[in-house]
Ligand binder design. Structure first.
Ligand SMILES: Nc1ncnc2c1ncn2[C@@H]1O[C@H](COP(=O)(O)OP(=O)(O)OP(=O)(O)O)[C@@H](O)[C@H]1O
Ligand SMILES: [Mg+2]
Length: 291
């Protein structure tokens, strides 16, 4: 499907080009401040997603810096989860979803015909909004992914390492055979992070990972993200603007157009986006006037 992602420039009778009154990210390049001089883990170019005939998100040019935390924010329905799912081809699992444009992982187009989506999902792990441990032991929750990926090392060491990295080891080391479902919500979410880490991904995607957690468990996850970023690249969707402001290095703000079409309004270093936004729509959103 061909997608018109850039609105046509308006031509007046005199032939001079007029800018649209409300500009759009694709006509406001100043609002796209890609990380400078840094290795990129992922990048999108003109990314668009349809669900059947509905254009859910369009024209997304985004760069994800390696070993940094990138936050996606914006009002409900603007396409944050949709964009996040493009990063590991999870939209492949939705039959009506159609992705166009490019998504690159380490410079390679992950939608190219010779790419194995299973391998993409190993490299780009995902943690969901609601903690979803398997109804298995804590140990098995962590070991499972590694085992199906053919891990041949010492499983006990791998499980301990992943639980240590997820800051859960001390709380569960004496009950590894207990059910993952017997843990608290915050512990379950850290177990899901351990499970994601155990297959040695490069990138961890998190879709509102704290929205089911209390403030203390939320802070725990935020602290954990800060330690994880030395080894991983993290992309997080959050509705909590304080969380984006305090926990992320870069922020992408999305909005929705008149046809419920989501698009990227502004992207840049978090501190700049929150203190000195380029686009007035970003300012309206972060100051609570919209959304
Ligand atoms: N499986 C689907 N089939 C059809 N439409 C979908 C599907 N998933 C999402 N959409 C639509 O795509 C648009 C973007 O949805 P998405 O879930 O990406 O938004 P979001 O920004 O993550 O919202 P929220 O903050 O509420 O989680 C919405 O209009 C939504 O209704
Ligand atoms: Mg969502």
């Amino acid at each position: 499907m061909t997608v018109q992602t850039r609105p046509p420039r308006l031509q007046s009778a005199e032939g001079e080009v007029q800018q649209p009154r409300v500009f759009d990210s694709t006509t406001n390049p100043e609002a796209l401040r890609a990380p400078q001089g840094m290795p990129m883990a992922m990048a999108t170019r003109d990314l668009a997603v349809h669900y059947a005939a509905f254009l859910a998100v369009r024209g997304v040019d985004l760069a994800v810096a390696r070993n940094k935390i990138t936050a996606l924010i914006g009002p409900s329905g603007c396409g944050k989860s949709t964009v996040l799912r493009c990063f590991n081809r999870m939209n492949d699992l939705i039959p009506t979803a159609q992705v166009s444009g490019k998504v690159e992982l380490d410079g390679v187009d992950i939608y190219a015909p010779d790419i194995d989506p299973v391998e993409v999902r190993r490299k780009v792990g995902m943690v969901f909004q609601k903690p979803n441990p398997f109804p298995k032991t804590i140990y098995e929750n962590v070991a499972w992914g590694a085992r199906i990926n053919g891990y041949r090392g010492r499983m006990d060491d791998l499980v301990e390492d992943a639980l240590q990295r997820a800051a859960l080891w001390d709380e569960v080391k004496d009950k590894l055979q207990a059910s993952g479902l017997s843990l608290s919500g915050g512990q379950q979410q850290r177990l899901c992070i351990a499970r994601a880490i155990a297959v040695r991904p490069e990138i961890i995607l998190m879709d509102e990972p704290c929205s089911a957690l209390d403030p203390i468990a939320t802070l725990r996850i935020e602290e954990l993200m800060q330690t994880l970023k030395s080894d991983y690249t993290i992309v997080i969707v959050t509705h909590n603007m304080q969380q984006a402001a305090r926990a992320s290095d870069y922020t992408a703000f999305f909005s929705v157009g008149s046809q419920r079409d989501g698009y990227l309004v502004e992207f840049g270093p978090t501190a700049e986006l929150f203190t000195n936004p380029v686009d007035p729509r970003t300012e309206d959103y972060i100051t609570g006037r919209f959304g």
